[in-house]
Design a protein around this ligand. Structure first.
Ligand code: ATP
Length: 138
C-alpha cells in the first residue's frame, strides 16, 4: 500500500491542486467521504462543499461544486465544475450571493416553480461554502 495519495483537482479551466497528500475529504453528492491510501476504487459525483486535504498536520481547503471524483490506485482525481482556493475567493461577492439567495428563499411564493427553490438553495450552498473556505485561510 502506498503511503500517500496523489491528488489532482481540476476544473475545465485550470488545474487547482496537484499534490502528494495523506488524506482527502470529498463533498460527494450523497455526503462527505474520506479517502486514505489503500482506498478501494470509487467513482462519485460531487455535490457542493469543501474539499479538504491533509499533508502531515497541515490541512488545506478548496470550495468545489459539481463534477465528479475518481479514486484509483492511490490517485484521487477531482474534476469539478467550479473550484476555488481561499486565495481565489472574493468574500464580498460570496456574501452578496448569499444575501441574494436568502432573499429569494424568503420571498418565495408557494406557487413558484420548484426549480427556483432548488436554484436558490444551490446558490446559497455555494456562497456559504465560499465564505467558510475564505474564513479558514490556507
Ligand atoms: P455569483 O452569483 O457570485 O456569480 P455563483 O455561485 O453563481 O456566484 P458560479 O456559477 O458557481 O458562481 O461560478 C462562476 C464562476 O465565478 C466560477 O469561475 C467561480 O469560480 C467564480 N466565482 C463565483 N463566486 C466567486 C467568489 N465569491 N470568488 C471568486 N470566484 C467566484
Amino acid at each position: 500500500m502506498a503511503e500517500r495519495l496523489t491528488l489532482e483537482l481540476a476544473t475545465p479551466a485550470r488545474l487547482v491542486v496537484s499534490a502528494e497528500v495523506d488524506e482527502v475529504v470529498v463533498p460527494g453528492s450523497q455526503g462527505y467521504f474520506g479517502v486514505l491510501p489503500g482506498h478501494a476504487p470509487l467513482l462519485a459525483t460531487l455535490g457542493i462543499g469543501e474539499v479538504t486535504y491533509r499533508v502531515g498536520r497541515d490541512e488545506y481547503h478548496v470550495a468545489a461544486s459539481g463534477g465528479f471524483a475518481e479514486v484509483r490506485n492511490d490517485k484521487v482525481i477531482i474534476l469539478a465544475d467550479v473550484a476555488e482556493t481561499p486565495a481565489d475567493i472574493d468574500r464580498a461577492r460570496a456574501e452578496r450571493a448569499r444575501d441574494r439567495a436568502e432573499g429569494r428563499l424568503a420571498g418565495r411564493a408557494a406557487s413558484q416553480e420548484e426549480i427556483d427553490y432548488t436554484r436558490a438553495m444551490c446558490a446559497l450552498a455555494r456562497a456559504l461554502t465560499r465564505i467558510q473556505v475564505a474564513s479558514r485561510g490556507q
